[in-house]
Design a protein around this ligand. Structure first.
Ligand code: FES
Length: 568
């Protein structure tokens, strides 16, 4: 409990006279037309991330209306405020670079302004992690409300959803199977409503993780953006926000080590986005909760993949919602979950799951004893090429490539990749291993470039997948045998910097290993020749802060001074 809600009397501006500060604030608040009765109510802040540069958050105004309706009905005063917005495809070099900036904005504006609780409205990939990181650090009672996923579109009778189908059709276009008119028609039908990407990409995965962590109301993660249930969820969230303001529910009572482990388990069962590993690590890190990648592998041994959604399956988020959503997955996983974990509705997971089981569409969400695969969708790899780990989404990989050894074809940077990948003179074969370096957190902001395109000359021969390794990330909507988040990155002195074209690399998903088959003495010589990694500096502004403080992927790419023990 944090005591009685303070309403607008909290967090007074410092003029050296508290009574004067309160008087002045009331005076200015009255200029907005509120009655005295309204100004005495508990204040529920609503952090919004609407922007003309963020298509996914287009429904924010009507969500706000419904949220405020709920807050007012429950006796609160709802005051919304804007924060940084991260529209995934509108940011250069990559939204990931700005996740921590948004988290700082969210944290500081919650802390600085007078609010007894806060509702976070977001959805597009990095916004939910940023909001959770910021709100957890601010320490106020909060509820996450996601904007919800898009509905699918149609192309010649085929369902289309951003963004797995974006990639699938682009690969066909690159392979010469589609002409420019056809790809333009596809382009117009991939993202046809407001909302976040229509598949189990990063946004949907993080929405499901938020619900599993217990920071969203039960049953709300998968409601489509344009469904009326989304507005009812907003109204209910507003009502509940007033209650948690009075109860003083602190973030650490919800986001516990057990809740974090539940969330990782659900991530595995969803076959969810690789990005969620980084984000959930950073979110947990804000409370000093460490989650080692080795634990991910241990959970993966006993967590089946239960959900048949793109990019690993065939269905879309609207199907997942109609099929039963996160609740149905939690019910199947119940024997493996920490059932004492609390949610923001004030119930334990055990309470939540004790209600009668609703309808479940088994074509979309399987029972635990008839899963889509017996083990989890993601694994961590370790070895001399990834001493601090790397991630492989095995649920989206080609089974024939999971135990493999191949010749490395190395690209030294994103620019090198762009310059040579489609060069007809590129010496590359289908059983080679494509390696991209200098695309990690420090070198490039860790863009979603790990989904290296199949070289054009191989794509035209029908090659659909190859082993690809990088220190970058990939979109949660992508698929293939792709090893990501290699840590440390090349620019931080990681062994990826030592790989030469022609080296042999061995990948074993079964052994969780990634090995560069070059002996230690030869690697030591290469390291001596290479010298220490070049210093990457920025002279000013946020980029300087970012480069001075960003950590590696195994630490969630959070800033060192923002993690729970970072400032001490
Ligand atoms: Fe916003 Fe995919 S672009 S979630």
């Amino acid at each position: 409990m944090t005591g009685e809600p303070k309403g607008l009397g909290g967090n007074l501006t410092d003029y050296g006279d508290a009574d004067f500060s309160a008087y002045l604030r009331r005076s200015f608040a009255r200029s907005m037309g509120y009655s005295s009765e309204m100004l005495r109510r508990p204040v529920i802040g609503i952090a919004t991330a609407a922007s003309g540069f963020n298509n996914c958050h287009r429904t924010t105004p009507e969500i706000l209306d419904a949220l405020k309706r709920g807050v007012v009905a429950a006796g609160g005063l709802a005051l919304d405020f804007p924060t940084v917005s991260l529209g995934e495809v509108f940011l250069n070099p990559t939204s990931m670079m700005y996740r921590n900036l948004m988290s700082m904005d969210v944290e500081e504006m919650i802390r600085a302004q007078p609010m007894d609780a806060v509702v976070l409205v977001g959805g597009c990939d990095k916004t939910v992690p940023a909001q959770l990181m910021g709100a957890i650090s601010a320490g106020r009672p909060f509820i996450q409300l996601v904007v919800g996923p898009m509905m699918t579109g149609r192309y010649r009778g085929e369902r289309l959803g951003a963004c797995t189908d974006c990639r699938r059709f682009w690969a066909r276009y690159r392979a010469g199977e589609l002409g420019s008119e056809e790809i333009e028609t596809v382009e117009g039908n991939l993202a046809v409503t407001a909302g976040t990407c229509a598949v189990m990409g990063t946004a949907s995965t993080m929405a499901c993780i938020a619900e599993t962590l217990g920071v969203s109301l039960p049953g709300t993660a998968a409601i489509p953006a344009v469904h009326a249930d989304r507005l009812r969820a907003a109204e209910a969230t507003g009502r509940r926000a007033v209650e948690i303001a009075a109860e003083g529910v602190r973030p650490e009572t919800i986001v516990t080590p057990e809740a974090v482990e539940n969330a990782f388990r659900v991530l595995l069962a969803l076959g969810g986005s690789t990005n969620a590993v980084v984000h959930l690590t950073a979110i947990a890190g804000r409370l000093g909760i460490e989650f080692a990648l080795e634990r991910l592998n241990a959970l993966g041994e006993t967590t089946p993949v239960l959900v048949d959604l793109k990019p690993t399956g065939v269905n879309y988020m609207e199907d997942f919602y109609a099929a039963g959503g996160v609740g149905a997955v939690l019910r199947e996983l119940a024997p493996r979950l920490h059932l004492d974990a609390l949610n923001v509705a004030g119930e334990t997971l055990r309470d939540r799951l004790s209600a009668d089981a609703p309808y479940v569409d088994r074509d979309v969400i399987r029972p635990a004893d008839e899963p889509f695969r017996d083990d989890g969708g993601l694994i961590a790899l370790f070895g001399n090429l990834a001493p601090d780990g790397a991630i492989l989404k095995r649920a989206a990989a080609d089974a024939a490539l999971m135990e493999t050894e191949g010749r490395a074809v190395v690209f030294d940077s994103l620019a090198d990749l762009a310059a040579r990948i489609d060069d007809s003179a590129l010496d590359v074969n289908p059983d080679d291993v494509l390696v991209l370096r200098n695309a990690g957190p420090r070198a490039a902001g860790m863009p979603e470039a790990g989904y290296l395109p199949i070289p054009a000359k191989l794509a035209r021969r029908g090659v659909k997948d190859m082993v690809r390794i990088s220190d970058a990330r990939m979109s949660g909507t992508a698929f293939g045998t792709i090893v990501l988040h290699v840590a440390p990155e090349a620019a931080a002195g990681g062994p990826l910097a030592l790989v030469e074209t022609g080296d042999r690399i061995r990948l074993s998903a079964a052994a969780h290993s990634l090995e560069l088959l070059v002996d230690d003495a030869a690697l030591a010589k290469r390291r001596d020749k290479l010298g220490p990694p070049a210093s990457i500096r920025a002279t000013r502004g946020y980029r300087r802060l970012y480069l001075d403080h960003v950590q590696q992927a195994d630490k969630g790419c959070d800033f060192d001074f923002l993690s729970a023990d970072g400032g001490r």
